[in-house]
Every structure is written in C-alpha cells, then in structure tokens.
Unconditional design. Structure first.
Lengths: 263, 288
C-alpha cells in the first residue's frame, strides 16, 4: 500500500509544491493560483469550458433521457441498438472522430457560426457511454412500465408521464450522468486542440510554455475538482450497491455484448 | 401490445421518437467514422490504396511499433500492479470512506486526467521538477538526464499513472465476484491459502485479468492528450504522428495521410476490443 500511496501522491504533492514556490528563491506564493481568475486568457478559457460542460449536459439529457425511457416503455426491440450506439464511442477513439470531423463541422459552423461552444455537440458523443450506464442503472432499479401504466391510466399524456413520473424517480442516475459529463468535458483536450478552439485544457498547455506554475496550478485544480465531484457523487448515492459502482466509475463491468474504451 | 395489433406500421410509429437520437449519432459519430474509412481508401476521388500504402513508410512503421511497445509495456505493468492494488482495496468494506476515495481518485486519474497528468510529471521530474531539484541538491543525482521524460521511457512512466487506476476500476468487480463461500468450501475441504488461489481463485480470475489487460492496451494505444501535452516536438508514437499529419500536411507532402493513420488506429483498437469482448463474455458466466 505504501509504495502505491507514494507513486500516486508524490506527483500530486509535487504539483502543489511546484505551483506555490517562488522562482529563483525560497518561500511561497499563491500567485499561480490567483492567476486562475486574474489571468484573462485562462479565466476566459475556464468560462468557455464551464459553458461547454453546461451545454453538453443539457443536450445530452434532452437527447438521452426521453430516448432511453421510450425504449423501455414502447420499443424494447430497439434496446440493443441504442446500447450498442451509446457504447460505440468507447471503441472509436476521439482522435479518429476529430480526423473525420471536418465535413460535419463545416455545416455546424455554417448554421451556428464559429464558436467554441459548438464543440458541445461532439462532447455529447464522448460522454454518451458514461451517461448511458448511469441512467441505465437508475432505470433498471425502478419498474418503469408499472409506473407509466399507472400514470397513463390516470389520464397523463406521454410528456407528463416521462417528465413528472419517471424522471423524478431516476434523479440519482441523471445526477451521476451530469457529474461524469462535467468531469469529462472539463478535462477534454484532444478534440478542442485539433479543431483549433481554446478550451481550458488547450490554454493550460499553451501557458505551460511560458508560465509553468500557473498551468500546473490549473491542472491540479481540474484534477481535484474532478475527484471532489466524483467523491460527492459516491457519497450522495450511498447505500445502493452494485449499480452505484457502475455509476461512479463508468467503465466498470462493461456490457458483454459490446466493446469499450476511450480516448 | 400495440405492435402486435397493428403490425409493422405501429412498430414504425412507435419508433419515431427514437429518430432524433439516431439522427444525432449518425451525424456526429457515424459520419466522421465513415469519412475516415472512405478517405483512407481514396485518392483524387477514386478508390486507391495509395494512402494505405503510405503506412509502410519508415516514420509510420516506427510510430506504430513505438505505440505498440508503450501500450504493451504499460498494459502489462498496469494490469499486474493494478490487480495488486485492487486486491488491497477489496479487503476494505465497499461502503468505507477509504474505498470511496480510492475509487473516485482512480476514476479521475484513469478517465479524465489527460493533460493534467503530463503536468504532474513535469512538476515532479521535469527539468525544474520538485523531485529533480531535491535529488540534485541532496543526492547529487541528475534524474532529468538527457530528457528521457519526453521519450518512450517517459511515456511508459506517465501512462502507468493512468493505467494502474484504470485496472483498479475494471478489475474490482471481478475480484468482488469471488464469493466468500467458494473460499470457505475450499478451506473446509482442506485447501491451504496457496491451494485456494492456485486451483480456484487464479483460474477464475484469469479471463477477467487478460480481458482487462487488453482494455488497458487499447486505452494506451488510443490515448492522445497526455502524450500531446508532454511531447511538443517529434512524433514518436502513432497518435502524435496523426497530430503532425493533421496540423502540417504540407510538411509530410501527402494530403490525407491522417486518414490512413486514423484508419490504422481504428483497426488495431477494434481487433483488441473484439478479443476483450470475448473474454468479458467468458467472465460474465460466473460474475453476477
């Protein structure tokens, strides 16, 4: 345990030390950490990444939640196809997607204009496998059919059934899906850098060439933020067992029918 | 029910709400992938093997070999050490805070680290890294050397930092699936700890272990962000050669070389993942 602890802690502590020491002298300074909000370029990139995270979560939920509920209720025959498609991004590396993306993005920028926020469309695809597993675990834990039959027999339409009956029962899964998506989007570098947009990670790499301590501080901040996010998630979903291990870790126990991995 | 009564028509009508989702994935996942496959076999608008033939170049072959080397070494190292760490973790109860912290930290390092991991090692053993400076001052040892961190050995070290946690995450369920009753049964029949592991534990875990090793291989093979942030000059591995092909096609003098390289990556990852899928199916027979 001790060697493992050292291997994993030393680089993290080194980041803390590196980002707070004074160059060319002793003592400590928190300037690198203050730069997270004071440096214009970095601050701007942080707001872009947060905006991307928010839009990714919004589009992902709007797309995935109704589809997955509908599959359970009315079209079970499409279940395998939807699962296969959702897990497919794990087999196709992000790097490959970005190579083939030019044609599609020509249309996106034609309709929506040139903005870093358009990256959210492709990020939805990246987070799909993780979000799918989280929501699928929550849906498996409840009896969707009985719930919706009850709602429908009381006169509720499909929209009411889904939004006011099923969704409140799968909040934990939706929350997990959102948290994991945020963690992924804030850490995304491959697609943004190769399509020429400046999100947080791209700017961290840029700054690394001129201002080491600041980029190390920003890196450590994103790692810690991700860890806190996932730890909170695991504490929130305390009590429910196997399904939650799925939820917090994403890749656990991949479906036997499909293949998996990421960028 | 509706489907049975009205046949295919109703089935189609029921399927309508799935259309937005399918359309979205078609545009943002399938089209890019198909583009890569088609363009890899195209030149001036016709079918051609020219681009694929370029994969036989020295630079392309060397990058492929280095990628296989880095992925292979870190997959085996990561699998062995990660399985050991998972074993240490599994002995603590599932709901303990320790366990939650370990899985959260592993999850972040394994899946969302990317660029940050490169900076972690730059801050530790880069030229003015904390450990480098300390050992230079106190031990008179030059850890930085001739910049090994920015070449294959460095990639192996940095990749281990996300491969080991990934192994912990994917291997934990298999370890947890080993039921206490099996051990009790073996012990009550007179088995020693060694015999239990030799004849029960290890044979049961082997398919899962091999499957996870393949997963780690594919993961390292396709990883881009960490290597790109660490190595800004030169293209020792396949993902970085793809970067070069994308950002400076003119230098390489071959338009569309990136498509062929991306195609090569898809083929390798798919082969590895199909083998992984077969092993997972085997494990899932007893892992419930």
């Amino acid at each position: 345990m001790v060697p493992f602890g050292l291997f994993f802690l030393v680089p993290l502590l080194a980041m803390l030390d590196f980002s707070t020491r004074k160059i060319g002298g002793g003592g400590r300074t928190w300037q690198a950490w203050r730069n997270l909000v004071q440096d214009d370029q970095l601050y701007h990139a942080i707001t872009i990444s947060l905006g991307l995270a928010a839009s990714t979560v919004a589009v992902m939920l709007a797309l995935l939640v109704p589809t997955m509920i509908w599959v359970r209720l009315r079209t079970p025959w499409a279940g395998r196809l939807i699962e296969f498609l959702c897990l497919l991004p794990l087999t196709i590396p992000a790097l490959v997607i970005v190579v083939g993306l030019k044609g599609v993005y020509a249309w996106v920028t034609y309709f929506l204009g040139e903005s870093a926020l358009t990256l959210a469309f492709i990020y939805v695809v990246l987070v799909l496998p993780y979000a799918y597993r989280a929501i699928d675990a929550a849906l498996s834990a409840i009896d969707v059919n009985t719930l919706s039959e009850a709602a429908r027999s009381l006169g509720a339409g499909w929209a009411t059934t889904i939004l006011r009956v099923v969704v409140p029962n799968i909040w934990s899964g939706i929350l997990s899906a959102a948290f994991i998506s945020i963690a992924i989007v804030l850490g995304e570098y491959t697609i943004a850098s190769l399509s020429g947009y400046q999100n947080l990670q791209v700017v961290i790499v840029l700054l690394g060439k001129s201002d080491g301590p600041t980029s190390v501080a920003a890196s450590l901040a994103t790692l810690l933020f991700g860890m806190v996010l996932l730890l909170l998630l695991s504490l929130v979903s305390r009590g429910r067992r196997a399904a939650d291990t799925d939820v917090t870790t994403g890749v656990v126990a991949p479906a036997p029918t499909t293949v998996a991995e990421r960028s | 029910m509706t489907a049975r009564r009205n046949g295919a028509g109703a089935r189609l009508r029921d399927g309508l709400p799935l259309v937005p989702f399918l359309l979205y994935l078609f545009v943002f996942l399938l089209i890019p992938t198909i583009t890569v496959v088609v363009k890899a076999f195209e030149s001036d608008g016709h079918f051609s093997l020219d681009r694929m033939r370029a994969l036989g170049d020295d630079a392309a072959l060397r990058a492929l070999w280095h990628s296989v080397l880095v992925s292979g070494i870190t997959a085996v190292l990561g699998a062995l050490l990660g399985a050991l760490l998972a074993y240490l973790v599994v002995t603590s109860p599932q709901t303990s805070l320790f366990r939650r912290i370990v899985t959260s930290v592993c999850s972040v390092l394994a899946q969302f680290g990317g660029v940050a991991l490169a900076f972690a090692f730059l801050a530790t053993i880069g030229f003015s890294g904390v450990v480098t400076v300390w050992s230079r001052d106190h031990l008179g040892l030059d850890l930085y050397g001739s910049g090994w961190l920015f070449d294959i050995p460095g990639l192996v070290l940095v990749y281990s930092y996300f491969q080991i946690p990934l192994m912990v995450i994917v291997f934990l369920p298999a370890l947890e699936g080993l039921r206490a009753q099996w051990r009790e049964a073996a012990v009550s029949l007179g088995a020693s700890t060694y015999q239990y592991w030799r004849h029960v534990g290890i044979p049961l875990l082997t398919p899962a272990f091999l499957g996870c090793t393949l997963l780690l291989f594919a993961n390292a093979f396709a990883a881009y962000a960490t290597a790109a942030a660490l190595i800004s000059q030169g293209n020792p591995i396949l993902p970085l050669l793809i970067r070069a092909a994308l950002t400076s096609e003119v230098v390489l003098g071959q338009a569309g070389f990136g498509f062929a390289l991306a195609m090569e990556m898809v083929v390798v990852v798919t082969i590895v993942m199909v083998a992984y899928g077969a092993l997972v199916r085997r494990t899932s027979r007893w892992l419930q």
